[in-house]
Design a protein around this ligand. Structure first.
Ligand SMILES: [Zn+2]
Length: 337
């Protein structure tokens, strides 16, 4: 290949160039891995010894020239796009914009926020705890002995090293009471786990809110007062509430709390199973054995605790008949809230 001829060729090629696309073609033609410069360089070892140095220098000069021609052309193309040479186009303000879809809160998050806000207004703090718990915090410290049948109701998924997925938010009671001295007024929202088969009213994972208050001379009437505030704020001022005696290992006395059915107003319907009442939560006075586990003196302190299922409240509040809808991420469902 004759270097002189290549030199002339380069100059004329770049002179006649018309666009950035053909600039790229020329770059490949001269500077590409199999381009002319590479071929020239590759031919050096075949030359006579005394010719090599001069030939190499000539190839180098050629390469430099090609690089500077490319840079020159690139700059002139860029200038013509930005500068006076560019075709001026007015912005088309009639074009539709690019819309960002606005998200919103999940119905369960709404109910959690609403209930937390109700209790914050009457002086409660919101505290959260880990979903992986010790067997001790989830059972033993809450007066649920290892071999007791009451443990079945709070069964869960077990991990290694006596750890498990918490089956209620109550372990956070233990954590909070161990970390702080009374007076305490705390609500605990969070996920809990139970090995339930999934159907319209059961899920292996659901949400609870736990609330508890400990101080000197906290009475059952304080519990009733707090729950009345909750029920009226969530379901309206007219709502009626009733307490039924019940058993929970961690409270004594214990009660299940019903509201007058909001669908049939107490007449009896399919939602309330013809009873006219809907169970919404469990509650009671904190068991002295629980206080002993956290180092509180049961003679000095009393307290109440309650726990409710968020899904249950959301289903009643919004008239949802299948718990699975909350977790399927179907936008047709979620957009309604
Ligand atoms: Zn009813």
């Amino acid at each position: 290949m004759d270097i002189g001829a290549v030199k002339i060729q380069i100059e004329s090629d770049f002179q006649n160039i018309g666009s950035a696309v053909s600039l790229e073609e020329l770059r490949l033609k001269y500077l590409g891995r199999k381009g002319i410069i590479a071929q020239l360089t590759g031919s050096i070892p075949g030359l006579k010894k005394e010719e090599r140095a001069a030939f190499g220098q000539a190839v180098n000069a050629l390469k430099k020239r090609a690089v500077s021609l490319i840079e020159e052309k690139e700059k002139s193309f860029a200038d013509s796009l930005n500068g006076e040479g560019a075709v001026s186009r007015p912005a088309d303000i009639g074009l539709p914009g690019i819309t960002q879809e606005l998200g919103h809160l999940h119905p369960l998050t709404r109910v959690i926020d609403e209930i937390c806000a109700i209790f914050m207004r009457i002086g409660f703090s919101v505290v959260e705890g880990p979903e992986i718990e010790s067997e001790y915090n989830n059972f033993t410290a809450l007066n649920i002995p290892l071999e007791h049948p009451s443990r079945d109701a709070f069964d869960t998924f077990y991990l290694n090293n006596r750890l498990l997925l918490r089956s209620h938010t109550s372990p956070v009671q233990i954590r909070a009471m161990k970390a702080h001295k009374p007076p305490l007024a705390i609500v605990v929202p969070g996920r809990v786990y139970r090995p339930d088969a999934v159907d319209a009213s059961h899920s292996f994972m659901f949400h609870q809110i736990e609330g508890f208050m400990v101080d000197k001379s906290i009475k059952f009437s304080d519990l009733k007062g707090a729950l009345e505030i909750l029920a009226k704020a969530v379901f309206g001022q007219e709502i009626k509430m009733r307490f039924r005696p019940h058993f929970f290992p961690f409270t004594e006395p214990s009660a299940e709390v019903d509201i007058r059915c909001i669908i049939c107003n107490g007449k009896g319907c399919s939602v309330c199973g013809r009873k006219g009442w809907l169970e919404i939560l469990g509650a009671g006075m904190i068991h002295p054995a629980v206080f002993k586990h956290v180092g509180y003196d049961p003679k000095k302190y009393t307290g109440f605790a309650f726990g409710l299922g968020i899904e249950r409240i959301a289903m009643l509040k919004y008239g949802i008949n299948d718990i699975r809808l909350f977790f399927e991420n179907d936008l047709r469902f979620l957009r309604q809230f």
